[in-house]
Design a protein around this ligand. Sequence first.
Ligand code: SF4
Length: 480
Amino acid sequence: MSNLSVRDLYKTIARTKTHLVQSKEIATTCVCPYLFKMAYPFGVVGGERDYLVANTVHDIISLASPTTILDNWLQGKTETDYEQIAKAIDKDSEGIVERAIANAKEKARTDGKSAVLETFDYEVQDRFHGLLIGLSKRVMKKYEQPKRAVTEITITNVKQCQEGRIDAIFEFSDGRYALVDWKTNDINKSSGSGIDRWQLVANFLLANYRYTGDENNWSKCLFGSVVYYEGAYLPRFPLNDEWISKVKNDRKFAYEILCGGRPHAQKPPFCPVCDRDGESSSDCRFYREDSRQALQGNLPVDYANIRKLLLKRRYLVLDERAETHKHKFVISATIDNLGEIHGLQELEKTGVIYSGYWVDSTNANSITLVKKYVNDAKIILLEPRKVVRIIGKENEGIPLLACINEKGFVKEIDETKLVIDLDGNTIAERAKTQLSGFPIIIIPDEINLTRRVLEPMSKFHRLAAEIMLPSCSYPGNQSE
Ligand code: SF4
């Protein structure tokens, strides 16, 4: 493959096929395929919830996992032991917690999106402590101290059209790994039967790919768990084959929907979301009936035309979403064709990726990468505001798009230095902790705004139905 080939790859990769289904979306589809369809293509967005406490705890535990949690990992036996282990980690993490709380308050103040509760500090510390109790009581008790932890890692398996962000992976001295998903957004028990379990199974497939190159190779997988306040859910191993097939089938369903297909959707016998009159049920009832009436040709012409136009626009928006992943498909195909070393050289020559950087320093929310040598032949297409993925090129045969990484915006670039803005000071601190010491490769990335673009279309669709269709023509048509 020559230079031209990389460019040709961009042309040939069918525009609408470069979709990646996120693990969370697969989990939603596993709960109910209509729940996924509510989001894509219809654009129904669940009510806004304030995640400031949850996100802050997430940031804290992503910094504590590779440091204070590993350092204090002990196999307790009694409630007192678990409490003492959690307290020891709390103590050693005081600096991390203080900085994360200060950063979160500063961010809430500047973006003005979230109100900071008076009890914010207490809520964050209490939820962090609750997760540590859950971890020591259910995980540390059973498993020896891991040798390393990587956190908030996005893994992309292009061949399976799947991507997901994993909260934490613990690596053990025998080469095996364990997944941990932290439930920071509420203190209730995780639902072993619902979305948490399916997301965990979907993420196992990505982690298998990271450690073996094959999502079906479970030889490196030790366990996985959803850790919540003072408890944890650990599915029994070996995992139930039906669960794995369901995740793969529903991944295929979601992928086909994103590509504009109309795969058959089966309503589940019971849904933990809607049969408790959850949010999306009225929207779901509306869109299901709307599609049925359209299929039967029962809709008034003017409304039917608006509906058709909206659907067409929605699928164009989904095509744009596919564009956001196009680079990863080209990178993956080039490496598959040429092998990693030669593939990366070809991609660098064409200005698709940039290598030779190392972590130098951080300053507030930005990280500075420096080059040890300047490659004259190189094309530089990087410019300020470009979205990039910063990849720490790990060894042991870990695929490039499964290596540790962070996402950010280019701030400054010159021959020997690249400064990238990250989504907060705590993220910059984590990037420095996790990426330092690894050769850095920069690849283009994009922000996925699809849901934000689809949401007004759903609102307009419902409004059109309310105005143009006779009242109570079908369920959910009356805006509740
Ligand atoms: S209302 Fe029923 S079909 Fe619709 S999303 Fe909920 S469970 Fe699924």
